[in-house]
Design a protein around this ligand. Sequence first.
Ligand SMILES: Cc1ncc(C[n+]2csc(CCOP(=O)(O)OP(=O)(O)O)c2C)c(N)n1
Length: 642
Amino acid sequence: MEYSFLNKINFPSDLRKINKKNLKKVSEELRHKTITTVSKTGGHLGAGLGVVELTVALHYVFNTPRDKLIWDVGHQAYPHKILTGRKNLIETLRKKNGLYGFVKRSESEYDPFGTAHSSTAVSAGLGIKIAKDIKRDNANVICVVGDGALSAGLAFEGLNNAGALKKKLIVILNDNKMSIDKPVGAMSTYLTRLLSSKSYSSLRNVIKKFSKTFPDSLSKTLYRTEEYSKGLLSGGTLFEELGFYYLGPIDGHNINDLVPILENVRDNKFDKPIFLHCITKKGKGYKPAEESEDKFHGVEKFNINTGSAIKKSNKKSYSQVFGETLSQLAGSDEKIIAITAAMMSGTGLKIFKDKFRERFFDVGIAEQHAVTMAAGMATEGYKPFVAIYSTFLQRAFDQIVHDVALQKLPVRFAIDRAGLVGSDGPTHAGSFDITYISTLPNFIVMAPSNQEELVKMIKTSALINDFPSAFRYPRGAVNIFDNKIYKEIEIGKGQILAEGEKVAILSLGTRLETCLDACIVLNDFNIKPTVADARFAKPLDTDLIDHLLETHEFLVTIEEGSIGGFASHVLNYINNIRKKRTTTIIKNIFFQDKFIDHMDPDDQYKEAQMDINSIIEKITSLFDNKVIDIKNYNAKKVDNIV
Ligand SMILES: Cc1ncc(C[n+]2csc(CCOP(=O)(O)OP(=O)(O)O)c2C)c(N)n1
């Protein structure tokens, strides 16, 4: 496609010079550019395609960056990035040193608030609006929120407060009737009802209502718009009750409607926040996306003609192993219940839903509720498995403390995407769960070193009825998985995998494999570490630790998590609990005090100093500071490793 308009647009100021009648063409070009970009970079596509016209209209009408535009989640902001000075960098999306896959303040002045976790936009926008008012700055603040995001309590805390404060905050609901999977809950049903013809007010009533509520000029413009004359504009009672002017629903792909409505919203004084309900289509304008079940929510690089992924992995993921194993267990244990917070596919639970519909619960983007609801189920003797990504579970920390740990309720936490997650970057990394869960009394915390260990831990967890328990596992593929159900493991028992001398590596989680690879190299340099899999961050295998201390000069712990986690518990045991003294020197490998940027996982491990070279360096430095130059190291064994 020839970008006759887009070529001239570097910033919204260029867009604003274009005649209104050409904005449809601009949108077509922007949509095309978004599709071709994501076909090469991978990333989020469906959400961006659904807001192309909205993006053009918002930047056309509002004076960004002075007016503040806040995208909830930020996964739909690729078209926004293209229009706001980042067109020439767009193919660096999600790559090392490239553009971020979500919205990031440090990237552009057009990104006033960083996002990636859902449902923050209204609260952030309200905060900005309040600050602007205090400064006597009348800039507009516009928050674009998805219907999926409206399933979160946080979104309603924001709306509730905004309604009470009566600021002119502009909230745009981007209603595409999709979350990642199908949206769930009464709110979603309510939004659908708002759209059904029964709920529309008659045209007469609508005119009466809006000429009362809105300034004259707005009513006239609205009256002229096609949607309005079709009677598609109605009062939305719930949002009105919350203290908003409700406007809509309108067609979010009709730029000829969007522009005058937004102009009116911009130009008129309001003594309340405004809620503009836009109906859009996720994946709009790209057939393979529109026709796919998830509307191309998140995709790998794909062939633009067919929409099929260029690199298909036939390996299973840890999430799949989790879903399959839990389903197998649930077949013989009717107390098992699976809970997800809007991530059914991501957490591998679709298979569970298909087999045990009545024991599967998708609560929407409501991590806090998921945890407390599971705690309630546990009081009735059920075995709830709450499968949530490590990063999103952060939201539910108080519920984990107050509702689960304090009451010692046997809720099982399947903590997915634990550790580094590659191109999704620091907003999505599972860096803190070992720390925040292991710090809690009454918890049993496990981390499998491979898929078979994961299966054992799921089984172990199902049998722990007196304590809450958690197992954390990473994003990505497993090695070989033979679908056997392994036996459970003994609580608080690790295992030694390689007996060596002088130095012992005590690993928690999946970095174990890299440690074993590092040992192959170290053996050739006459360093023969003992390697042990701790399995448990809590309770610690103190017999194993005692043994390693008594038989080695050095002990190195490693975990894919932040300071304060497994290493901290090991050190606490050695320094404060263990009676015997030790002369063993202890080193710890964990995420140092920084967020790790988005890039390929291999590069992230280098950055975190958890790749094979860094582990080798750490160990050799214990002896004589000699660093093995692994690039010039020639053994066949490591050719495939490095
Ligand atoms: C707290 C939190 N939980 C889960 C997610 C994962 N997630 C990203 S987008 C999304 C769906 C959002 O749906 P919606 O707001 O309707 O936006 P759409 O993708 O449909 O445009 C989810 C669940 C998240 N980003 N944040």
